[in-house]
Ligand binder design. Structure first.
Ligand code: COI
Length: 356
């Protein structure tokens, strides 16, 4: 414990002194874990309050084999990004939105959550401690992964008595192996991701393990990922395993409404506002799978995927392709507007970025 405290003070001096960029092949970042220097750890006991939290060396953590997260999946995660501006400063994108979403998810999963202030402060500390891992401007971003887990031991099914809040980071580039090129999706006709009353609307870890099987089968057939339909009618679009979906027809952009079975994406919410500000009509509603047939463009949004154009969608053996190999003008325009804002290339008229 003493050594750890000592490392924490190393981190503090490091925050003040280091402004260099890590020695990494910045040209070839994908979306894989690159371990960095530090992580943030805070604990919460039965009183429901989180400890102050410490910056510790990044590395393995000890967990009781009976921890709630390991046995019953009592865990949540978040994802957000930091970008380096040309002047060397770092921008976070809407971190308080992630904090709020974690609080909502924690309520659903019977877990205590850090307050918005604790969450945002912890994100800032973690990013500053790992400043040298924020990619140079235009080379990618620092992906920030906050994790909240039931770390206390349980045996009978019950909420854990102790919780751990961790934040680790990794420099990342494009999420899909296609890079910025359009992805090819298949509409899933066997598995569902979520059902009404379930946990599809919160970012619990189990939502992600349960989509691996369909994703694996799709990838083996050459698709980038799977697009899910609703579990009741098998007709309405839900989301892709790791991102939300938008369908463009003329000046109207439609996306599945938030009804508890899809994740309320922060990029989704931001793109809706950006699109409206550019004069598009945005509809949040039930979007039928049939609408994919005569759409002009389809694109996905998410923290990891940003705005990813869809080149084709296959449904029940029929493949629909989207114009110009999928790089539609609307998705390109929205990608540019959002990323310019996130990277501080244009003035943040939305008030979404937090400067470090
Ligand atoms: C994100 O976009 O941040 C996510 O959490 C999706 C994850 C599967 C990478």
């Amino acid at each position: 414990y003493k050594t750890r405290r000592c490392h924490a003070s190393v981190a503090t001096s490091y925050i003040r002194e280091t402004s260099d960029v890590a020695d990494l092949d910045w040209e070839n970042l994908g979306f894989g874990l690159i371990g960095t220097d530090f992580m943030y750890v805070a604990k919460c006991g039965p009183d429901g309050n989180f400890s102050k939290g410490e910056i510790l060396p990044f590395g393995p953590i000890a967990l009781n084999p009976s921890a709630g997260v390991l046995n019953y999946g009592q865990g949540l995660f978040e994802g957000l990004k930091a970008y380096r501006k040309t002047d060397g400063s770092i921008l976070l994108f809407r971190p308080e939105e992630n904090a709020i979403r974690m609080i909502t998810g924690a309520e659903r999963m019977c877990m205590p959550a850090p307050t918005v202030e604790q969450f945002v402060e912890a994100v800032k500390q973690t990013v500053l401690a790992n400043k040298r891992w924020v990619p140079p401007t235009g080379k990618g971003s620092l992906y920030i992964r906050p994790l909240l887990m039931g770390s206390g031991a349980v045996l009978g099914l019950a909420p854990a008595t102790e919780y751990t809040f961790i934040i680790f980071v990794s420099p990342v580039g494009n999420y899909f192996k296609e890079g910025l090129s359009p992805i090819n999706l298949i509409v899933e006709d066997k598995f569902h991701r979520a059902s009404p009353g379930g946990t599809g609307g919160v970012k619990t870890i189990g939502n992600y393990a349960s989509v691996l099987k369909a994703q694996k089968i799709a990838k083996e057939k050459g698709y980038s990922d799977v697009l899910y339909l609703d579990a009741v009618h098998d007709k309405y679009l839900e989301e892709v395993s790791s991102c939300n979906i938008f369908v463009v027809k003329g000046n109207v952009i439609s996306t599945p409404a938030i009804r508890g079975t899809i994740l309320p994406g922060i990029t989704r919410k931001s793109i809706i506002e950006v699109a409206q500000s550019k004069g598009f009509k945005v509809e949040e509603r039930l979007v039928s799978v049939d609408e994919l047939l005569d759409a002009d463009e389809v694109f996905c949004t998410g923290t990891a995927v940003v705005v990813s154009p869809v080149g084709s969608i296959t449904y029940l053996g029929k493949r629909v392709e989207y114009g110009n190999q999928g790089v539609g003008v609307v998705s390109q325009k929205l990608y540019k507007s959002l990323t310019s804002l996130q990277m501080g290339v244009v003035e943040d008229c939305m008030g979404w970025t937090v400067r470090l």
